[in-house]
Design a protein around this ligand. Structure first.
Ligand SMILES: C[S@@+](CC[C@H](N)C(=O)[O-])C[C@H]1O[C@@H](n2cnc3c(N)ncnc32)[C@H](O)[C@@H]1O
Length: 230
């Protein structure tokens, strides 16, 4: 199951084009969080995606849009700043490795003006980036949706799906979060949690991942042995 989520879209034409893309690439669900444009106007741009837009689920907040998803993939043109785990990205062509494990996948696209907030990205499991001209990597919202949906479409039927069920992924997330809360020093720094969860979902990919996982495990070890001594 594939769900496209648009967060506070601002342009009627973009929403219409995206509904059309959802029809082109057989997306199962379109969710729109708190639309900032007139969706009736969007229908004019949706061509045969008309029914997708008419059936789109409109919600008031981000959390309602991501409910029930086993993997949530945020998207952004801003990615891969050293030391910022939140912005560490998977590339568009890597998406199939990740979604082949999940049965309910959400692709989350941000506002035309400011994209997704850090808080919204932190509620997702991965951040996807479409590499483009480093001096101007910001794509039009509907173009970004088209590229990601095409990447998924290209391998349709070619990748053997090995599902991890929604409940199991939720439990991995839950216990990672519980353990992280035992060892965290400050409230704002969720990089340990994110890195650990991403590694459990997709494996340790590089030294940066490995260092954070080691740090997570070391802190947990210290916490357990320290508590045992008391
Ligand atoms: C015009 S962009 C907003 C610009 C914003 N600075 C951002 O976070 O990307 C609107 C949306 O299109 C998508 N997008 C645009 N360029 C992208 C890129 N290179 N990679 C992934 N998504 C992109 C993201 O969902 C983004 O929130």
């Amino acid at each position: 199951m594939l769900r496209v989520i648009l967060v506070e879209p601002e342009g009627e034409y973009n929403v219409g084009f995206i509904a059309r893309l959802c029809k082109n690439f057989c997306v199962d669900e379109l969710y729109i969080v708190n639309p900032k444009c007139d969706l009736k106007e969007s229908l004019k741009f949706s061509a045969k995606g008309y029914d997708i837009l008419n059936n789109a689920i409109i919600v008031n907040n981000f959390d309602d849009a991501i409910k029930g998803l086993s993997i949530k993939i945020a998207t952004s043109s801003i990615a891969d700043y050293e030391g910022d785990i939140l912005r560490k990205s998977i590339k568009s062509w890597e998406i199939n490795d990740i979604i082949s494990k999940a049965d309910k996948v959400g692709l989350i696209f941000g506002r035309e003006s400011v994209g997704l907030t850090r808080e919204e990205i932190s509620k997702c499991d991965f951040l996807l980036h479409i590499p483009a001209n480093p001096e101007y990597p910001v794509l039009n919202l509907s173009h970004a949706v088209g590229i990601v949906l095409y990447e998924i479409w290209k391998t349709k039927g070619k990748i053997r799906k090995k599902y991890v069920s929604y409940n199991e992924l939720l439990l991995i997330d839950k216990y990672t979060n519980i353990l992280y809360n035992l060892i965290k020093k400050t409230n704002g720094d969720y990089s340990l949690y994110l890195a650990m969860k991403r590694a459990l979902f997709k494996g340790v990919e590089d030294d940066e991942d490995a260092k954070i996982i080691v740090s997570f495990l070391r802190k947990l070890y210290n916490k357990i042995t320290h508590d045992e001594k008391e």
